[in-house]
Design a protein around this ligand. Sequence first.
Ligand SMILES: [Zn+2]
Length: 348
Amino acid sequence: MATRANDIRFNIAYHPTPYPQAMRKDLVQIGEVCDGVYIPVTESDLAYMANKIKYCIETSKELDMVPMVDLWGYGNLFACGAVPSLFTVQHPEHNCVTNTGRTIPKSCPNKPAVRAFFRDAIESFVEVYEPGGFFLDEPGWGLAGYLGQLTDGEWACRCKDCMRLFRERYGVTMPRTVTRQVGQFRAESMLRFLSELCGYVKACGEHFVTSTCVMTSDAKSFQNAVGKTRNLDVFGIDPYWRRGDALSQEEFVDRHTGAAVTIGGKHDLEVESWVCAWQLNAGEESDVYYAAKLMASHDIDYLSAWSYRDHVSWTPCTKPNQADPELVWKHLRRAFQEIRRGKIQIVT
Ligand SMILES: [Zn+2]
């Protein structure tokens, strides 16, 4: 655990532009304040823009930053913008089945074929791209809005494999409602899945960093289960506070960053907290500065932000009152620079 602010390492998520010169310019700017870059990589990227990813990883290393690969939306099991998994589309036979009997576009982590897909993906990625590590962002059983979303009372997974494993574990048929046992089963299943993935990474080399991030909306029991992941180096949380939330920014960040520090401490993991730097509104640009400062007052090891320049391309064209991406970056840079110098208190 970091014990002083100037032990904290800084990262930012960066969506690689397809043009190398522009990418280098961005990464040089990021390298002025960051120690690492989280690179969202989709299955489609590797099928269609492999060189873009390679250049991003190589340039990050050249600039002395750790390139962490975010397996973005792989198997539709992790966070993603709106780029569906190719594997999930190509192999619906390995998809989750909900309690209503509906097959949904999400690969089931309890199926051996899905785990084999991830093992191959990790091994071949290491072989070709040599990243600094892997990021498994917001693992969960939900279904993203762009994939159709689960209806009220609908949940996954109740496929044959999950039902068999449930019966082996509890000796009864898996219920159709979310009981305490179902909740426990799903958390334990995710723990086993993440442990396997981190094991695949470490089998490629102990030096590859393994990192994950839970959501503030995840049940405490789920967060705790993820914290037990074997071969995991970094346990993260993303307290994405926005104006209008019931809690103040300070209360929200303190509550969730503090919870991550507690879980990380229990399992001797490094801890990471994520600043909300995406789709902000005009006038809210300095929120990233305050969030970073509040997080740095906790015993964290990594302070990271999603994402570079407010990920302006991601912002819907119809969104009114968009934040100024240059201002968001300016405030974030300032926070990172001050914290690096050991200045945690907010400077107005
Ligand atoms: Zn299943």
